[in-house]
Ligand binder design. Structure first.
Ligand code: SRM
Ligand code: SF4
Length: 575
């Protein structure tokens, strides 16, 4: 089996050259860290630091002013922690909380892949930050870059022994698929550069790693909280008589696209077949190495597994995977997803402890006047003897709470007004947004900063229609990359330009059908003028139990498609 990129007549993308010349992700990062004349690093090293979990960014709110003053951009790094299944201890929480205050921008950001991000980390603070993480057994290796990313898993092991087993598989895959290079330790943690020693080898990846990012998630029906059909490789637990008997495997999901480029598109993963629990690593290896060897290394916009499968076909892909894995996949077993929303409030775990699901808008944890969420969670971490779980919807679960501790934690939540968070509208509890401005270099429009106002305006309409408590999914991104999986939302806003969004409607609430483009480019005012009457119509015309996305598909989208077809049929042929 070859670990070399497939032979091609087209030139490889620039990133392939950077990776191959990097000496297993070292580049000249260490040398550049010593250069205090700039807060930035070079473009090539910037590509390599992604594999170490770091992105060079600048505060886009300050760009104009800095340019006017002929100053360097306000550079800062985003650092993403690797946290398989979103599991974090109170001791780790306290360190992350302190890091945010001392070495970043005083906030913690929970991401849509169940981990933490820091923003605004100055170059000189990177090594101290990563050393602090290391002390509590956390790292940021492979949190970004062309490798297996943070592995997602249904977050709450206390719900059943099956949850614990599935978590175990997610952790095992995460550990197995880690890069082997010693560059991370050498650059960020060791106090001096190690010369010589054992040469690096990357048994799974080879010297140029993968063509692109690779995302894996484990779901446990009936909940599709991790959006398994958006993963490159997804495992859907099959449980019979309360036993985990295996996984239905899905491949080739992905959200990213570019406006106006029809060759890029969001795609739902295909069902590949059934495996037993002991086959997870072998199957994962076969899928990952097939993508490693056949993924497109010439065009990064066409390099994800979804395009490899779309181009070569699922039948070819399955044969290749089975050949590499050394076994045949079984027939897909029956499964059903009925839920996607995180648990809110107190629930009982099977081990007798309780857990509390806390809604956190956009996953942003910070203190603002009158609303001290960060302080509250620090106080909880100081007394909590269980642990924390981050969810794929940017929320938090305080888990493993004993009967004695429950009133203590309740009191802290109540003192800081956090219990109210869970009494919000169904739309708010089902809303996500990506980070976007001011840190994301790719943002075309606001997202996290516009969500609170957008939700309030929707809530007025929902209240008038008597739908306050209906679960309707709303997801907003600042660009079409789709970081909060907007194409799987019943209502999706995708940034196009400042103040303008492409509007999508009609995904299935449980994450099994993509939505459709409804309007190319609208302002928020225009979107609400369009959606207000649709929401009212939904209240009046929905069938029993019909969800909003299904209603839009059956009525609004079907009517528009019919009108377009009829207009096309009456248009003169040479029009
Ligand atoms: Fe993402 C790039 C933030 C989940 C698809 N994503 C980025 C960058 C790093 C921008 C950049 O390249 O310069 C963003 C940093 C913003 C900032 O200031 O923090 C960014 N992505 C995020 C996070 C933090 C969004 C959030 O609000 O939580 C999520 C971090 C996840 C994590 O912990 O690992 C995040 N990104 C996703 C997801 C959702 C998922 O994985 O479940 C997707 C869609 C799924 C997928 O990959 O198809 C996603 N991000 C992208 C893409 C488009 C990839 C593509 O195939 O086209 C980019 C751009 C790229 O890779 O070139 C991107
Ligand atoms: Fe940035 Fe776009 Fe991702 Fe939002 S969706 S965080 S704007 S890359």
């Amino acid at each position: 089996m070859s670990s070399e990129p497939v032979a091609t007549t087209k030139p490889l993308s620039a990133n392939e050259g950077i990776k191959s010349a990097s000496n297993f992700l070292r580049g000249t990062i260490a040398q550049e860290l010593l250069d205090t004349s700039t807060g930035a690093i070079s473009e090539d090293n910037g590509q390599l630091t992604k594999f170490h979990g770091l992105y060079l960014q600048d505060d886009r709110d300050l760009r104009k002013e800095r340019t006017k003053l002929k100053q360097e951009k306000a550079y800062g790094f985003m650092l993403r922690v690797r946290l398989p299944g979103g599991h974090c201890t109170p001791q780790q929480w306290l360190v992350l909380d302190t890091i945010a205050d001392k070495l970043a921008n005083q906030s913690l950001r929970l991401t849509t892949r169940q981990t933490f991000q820091f923003h605004g980390v100055l170059k000189g603070n990177l090594r101290p930050l990563i050393k602090e993480l290391d002390k509590v057994l956390l790292d940021s290796i492979a949190a970004c870059g062309d490798v297996n990313r943070n592995v997602m898993a249904a977050p709450n092991p206390e719900r059943s022994p099956v949850h614990q087993q599935v978590h175990g598989h997610a952790r095992a895959w995460s550990q197995y698929a880690l890069p082997h290079t010693k560059a991370y330790h050498e650059i960020w943690i060791d106090d001096q550069l190690v010369a010589g020693g054992e040469p690096d080898v990357e048994p799974l990846y080879g010297p140029t790693y993968l063509p692109r990012k690779f995302k894996v998630g484990f779901a446990i029906p009936p909940s599709n909280d991790i959006d398994v059909f958006s993963q490159d490789l997804g495992f859907i637990a099959v449980v019979e008589s309360n036993q985990l008997v295996g996984y239905n495997v899905v491949v080739g999901g992905g959200m990213g696209m570019s406006h106006g480029n029809a060759e890029t598109y969001p795609r739902l993963a295909d069902l590949l077949g059934f495996i037993t629990p002991d086959q997870v690593i072998a199957l994962g290896t076969a899928v990952l190495t097939t993508q490693r060897d056949f993924g497109d290394r010439t065009n990064r916009k066409h390099a994800r597994l979804k395009y490899t499968i779309a181009d070569r076909g699922l039948i070819w892909f399955k044969e290749e995977v089975e050949k590499r894995a050394g076994f045949t996949l079984g027939a897909i077993r029956r499964f059903e997803f009925t839920a996607i929303q995180d648990p809110h409030g107190w629930h009982q775990g099977v081990d007798g402890t309780s857990f509390y699901g806390l809604h956190i808008l956009s996953g942003r944890i910070k203190d603002i006047p009158g609303w001290k969420m960060k302080t509250a969670l620090r106080e909880i971490a100081k007394v909590h003897t269980g642990d924390f779980r981050l969810t794929a919807s940017q929320n938090l679960i305080i888990s493993g709470v004993t009967d004695i501790q429950k009133p203590v934690i309740d009191a802290i939540l109540a003192r800081h007004g956090l219990t109210k968070e869970n009494l919000q509208s169904g739309l708010r509890l089902n809303s996500l947004s990506c980070v976007a401005l001011p840190t994301c270099g790719l943002a075309l429009a606001e997202s996290e900063r516009m969500l609170p106002d957008l939700i309030e305006r929707f809530e007025t309409v929902l209240d008038e229609a008597g739908l306050r408590h209906d679960a309707i999914s709303l997801r907003v991104t600042g660009c079409p990359n789709g970081c909060c999986r907007p194409y799987l939302a019943e209502i999706g806003y995708v940034g196009k330009a400042p103040g303008k969004y492409a509007l999508y409607l009609g995904a299935k609430y449980n994450g099994t059908r993509l939505n459709k483009l409804f309007r190319q480019s609208v302002t928020v005012d225009e979107s609400l003028a369009l959606l207000g009457p649709i929401i009212k119509r939904y209240a009046l015309e929905r069938t029993a139990g019909e969800e909003f996305g299904d209603f839009c598909t059956r009525t609004i989208l079907a009517e528009e498609a019919a009108a377009a077809a009829s207009a096309a049929s009456v248009a003169p042929a040479n029009a």
